[in-house]
Ligand binder design. Structure first.
Ligand SMILES: [Zn+2]
Length: 123
């Protein structure tokens, strides 16, 4: 793979990693702020049911939030690949596919070939 393409794939990877880390940080911050607010606003035994229900609702809302975040992150990878031109010249697909993010495995920056069609990307 030529150096500029390699750099672009690594740039996309770095952006993606930064996005995931900030997403996790925001999620954790929201969780702890939520717990703190719950404790601040609904302290006392009369609010026990309110606290339990709010905690349950908050806990279950994590699942769709994670789903939406992953969907957003995968869409951003596609946008980044197109914006930076990290597209396979053979199959026109992204050189840093979301599959790498979800299931692991080497990216095209590691293997030097397209992760979608296996096309060798320049020397
Ligand atoms: Zn390809």
């Amino acid at each position: 793979m030529n150096p500029s393409l390699f750099d672009r794939v690594n740039q996309i990877r770095a952006r993606h990693n930064k996005r995931v880390l900030s997403g996790i940080a925001v999620g954790l911050a929201a969780f702890f702020v939520g717990l703190w607010l719950l404790d601040l606003l609904f302290s006392g035994p009369q609010f026990r049911i309110v606290r339990q229900r709010a905690f349950l609702i908050g806990s279950f809302s994590v699942i769709p939030a994670c789903f939406l975040f992953i969907k957003h992150a995968l869409a951003k990878i596609k946008i980044d690949c197109q914006a930076l031109g990290a597209i396979c010249p053979s199959c026109s697909k992204e050189l840093y596919p979301g599959r790498v993010f979800l299931t692991g495995g080497p990216s095209s920056a590691d293997t030097g070939s397209c992760p979608n069609c296996g096309f060798r990307l320049g020397a």
